[in-house]
Design a protein around this ligand. Structure first.
Ligand code: DAH
Length: 338
């Protein structure tokens, strides 16, 4: 075999080995020109074809050279594809944005102490079999007063420092910011047939000047039970069960006679701390027959009890906050303490 053919085969093998070893596109371009370029290893051998003596030898060597060139060209193209794919994958990996990644320590927020109390209250009552109900913060006079046995001239209305709003041309004084969560009682009775076991936590509004114990916007939790043969004993038992579940063993509760237009009889309920101190918590009573009727419930067939208390006061007592206004400044340093 002519030496030239051996040289061509050797150059081809060397070129294929170099292509296989090229680690980057730049390295591949270098190999490519070192082999196929005019001064490259195969390029230079091409110029030697003319020095072969016979036509047959030249033809054979020419074929060998063409095969080698084709093999090297194919190998370069295949390698280029592979390296380009790798480069793209590397770029994608490089530019990947990990949206779950924290740089440094994550800053965790805190639920406000009113939210904490609200959620715990829901947990306790849901555990006792109640469902959570809601009503609008902008109410009609009818739901807020009338349907709760407080007609237009009822003196109890003046207990509520009501904020009125203009609403879509409704007559003046007929749309209010709800002064308590009790209107949800009516809405719950209208929404479904008894038996009804609901609580309704929510925001309420009164025209009060903020001081250490009052805010014009505050939170209440309403409870309503309507079923057959519900008596005052069920009310007292529920309040006591709630007191122990929420405040803990060692706490107890009591009912004192009181007056609310929407309950008859009415009471206030207090809780006693393990140290013997009595705290006033809220109002309660047996739902007045007029209220049942306004909710579409037949008082001959059903009876029930209701209760309501402030959530903010509870959070304030629990965390020994001196001034209610502290709780609503929106200062993150306040919430971070709890
Ligand atoms: N709605 C009353 C208030 O805001 C609290 C209240 C008293 C709610 C007695 C009741 C209840 O459900 O039976 O002062």
């Amino acid at each position: 075999m002519p030496a030239l053919i051996e040289d061509i085969r050797a150059a081809r093998e060397a070129a294929l080995a170099d292509i296989g070893a090229a680690a980057t596109l730049d390295a591949l371009v270098t190999v490519d020109s070192e082999v196929l370029g005019r001064r490259g290893s195969l390029g230079r051998l091409k110029t030697q074809l003319g020095s072969l003596a016979s036509l047959d030898e030249r033809r054979e060597a020419g074929r060998e050279l063409n095969d080698a060139t084709a093999a090297v060209t194919d190998a370069v193209a295949a390698k280029r594809g592979e390296l380009a794919g790798n480069a793209r994958a590397a770029q994608v990996e490089d530019e990947r944005l990990d949206l779950t990644e924290f740089l440094g320590k994550p800053r965790r927020g805190r639920a406000h102490i009113v939210t904490q109390a609200w959620e715990r209250l829901e947990d306790v009552f849901v555990g006792m079999g109640f469902q959570v109900a809601e009503g609008p913060e902008v109410e009609t006079d009818w739901y807020n007063f009338e349907a709760l046995n407080m007609g237009a001239t009822h003196p109890a209305r003046s207990d509520f420092d009501t904020l009125f709003v203009d609403h879509r041309g409704a007559p003046a004084g007929t749309t209010v910011l709800r002064t308590h969560t009790s209107p949800v009682q009516i809405r719950a009775m209208q929404a479904g047939q008894p038996p009804i076991y609901i609580i309704a936590p929510g925001r309420v509004f009164r025209r009060d000047t903020p001081d250490a114990t009052h805010m014009p916007v505050f939170h209440q939790l309403e409870g309503l039970v309507i079923d057959r043969d519900i008596s005052l004993a069920d009310l007292a038992g529920t309040i006591e069960a709630f007191t122990i579940a929420f405040f803990g063993e060692g706490f107890t509760s009591r009912l004192r006679p009181s007056y609310f237009p929407f309950t008859e009889p009415s009471g206030e309920f207090d809780i006693r701390t393990p140290s013997g101190q009595w705290l006033e918590l809220g109002g309660c009573g047996m739902v007045h027959p007029n209220v049942l009727r306004d909710g579409g419930v037949d008082p001959e067939e059903w009876s029930g009890f209701a209760f309501g208390f402030g959530i903010d006061r509870m959070a304030k007592e629990r965390h020994e906050v001196g001034d209610l206004r502290e709780m609503f400044t929106g200062d993150i340093r306040f919430s971070e303490q709890f």
